[in-house]
Structure formats: C-alpha cells, structure tokens
Design a protein around this ligand. Structure first.
Ligand code: ATP
Ligand code: MG
Length: 150
C-alpha cells in the first residue's frame, strides 16, 4: 500500500493545529500507521531537507524546523501521496486554495504548517529518515469494532 510522510511543522504545533490536521487526514479515510512528536536537531533537519541544500531559503528553513517540536506521521492509502498534497495546498498561502490546510492556516511561504512527501520515492526516503521500521504499525481499520465481544 502507498505511504506518505506527513510532518506537522513547528508552527502547526505551536498554533495548536495538531488536532485539526489529524481530523482532516482521518476524515479523508486515510490510515495513520505511525505517529510521534519529534524535536528535530540540525543534522536530522538537514538530512530531511537535503534536496533543498544550497537554495537561498535553506538556512532559514532549517532554523525554523528546529524552533519547536514537530509531529511526524506515516499515512497509508491508495494514491495517498497526491491526495495529501491536495489537502495541504500550495506552499504560499495566497496561492493555496481556501479549503486547504495551508489556505486556512499558513502564515507565509515558510511557516506553512505542514509537509507532505511529493512522490512515493521521496516518501520512502523521508520515512526512513524519521522512523525506525518497528515504529510503523500494520493493522486493519475497524478491526476493534468488529472483533470485540459485547
Ligand atoms: P513541503 O515540502 O514542506 O511540503 P513544498 O513541497 O510545498 O513544501 P518545497 O519547495 O519542497 O515546498 O519547499 C520545502 C519547504 O521549504 C517549504 O514548505 C517551506 O517551508 C520552505 N520554503 C520553500 N521555498 C521557500 C522560500 N522561497 N522562502 C521561504 N521558505 C521556503
Ligand atoms: Mg517539498
């Protein structure tokens, strides 16, 4: 099953938007298979954003990512990479559709609440960067409801 890496960035955590983002993801029918709060340190943040190394915004991006904890998630579902990107919206809030997460909550082109992998290959690299394999769970949705007696 396709997987994507979602990161509720430090501004999303500090603005108390964790619940709203999770509700959005679960509400769309996706399955959360891993979730944790992490405080990125410089080495990890640079590894995670390695594809942007050398770009003018890279130092500011790294500083921002270290400023407070993030929430990291692995989300599973058919076509999840593209669908999550759609829910997230464009990087710059003015360009993001109003119903998207960034359209509603982003402050600017850096402080934009949330990250979602841009391809299944990126997702694989990013998941490996932030999670140990044993932190990712396999389960069936609704299993509990259907199998619990009484
Ligand atoms: P993300 O990868 O976080 O989902 P994105 O794919 O929409 O966002 P990228 O171009 O991959 O955007 O840039 C990664 C992140 O780097 C952006 O989300 C933003 O936080 C920051 N960033 C990118 N471009 C700029 C910029 N020109 N100025 C400030 N920050 C930027
Ligand atoms: Mg990106």
């Amino acid at each position: 099953m396709e997987r994507t890496l979602v990161l509720i960035k430090p501004d999303g955590v500090c603005k108390a938007l964790v619940g709203k983002v999770l509700q959005e993801i679960e509400g769309q029918g996706f399955k959360i298979v891993a979730l944790k709060m992490i405080r990125l340190e410089e080495k990890k943040a640079k590894e995670f954003y390695h594809p942007h190394k050398g770009k003018h915004f890279f130092p500011g991006l790294i500083k921002f990512m270290l400023a407070a904890p993030s929430i990291a998630l692995v989300v599973e579902g058919k076509g999840v990479v593209k669908k999550i990107r759609k829910i997230i919206g464009e990087r710059i809030p003015e360009e993001a559709a109003p119903e998207t997460i960034r359209g509603q909550y982003a402050s600017d082109g850096r402080r934009n609440i949330i990250h979602g992998s841009d391809s299944p290959i990126s997702a694989e690299r990013e998941i490996e960067c932030l999670f140990h394999p044993e932190e990712i769970y396999s389960y069936k949705k609704k299993d509990w409801l259907e199998s619990e007696p009484g």
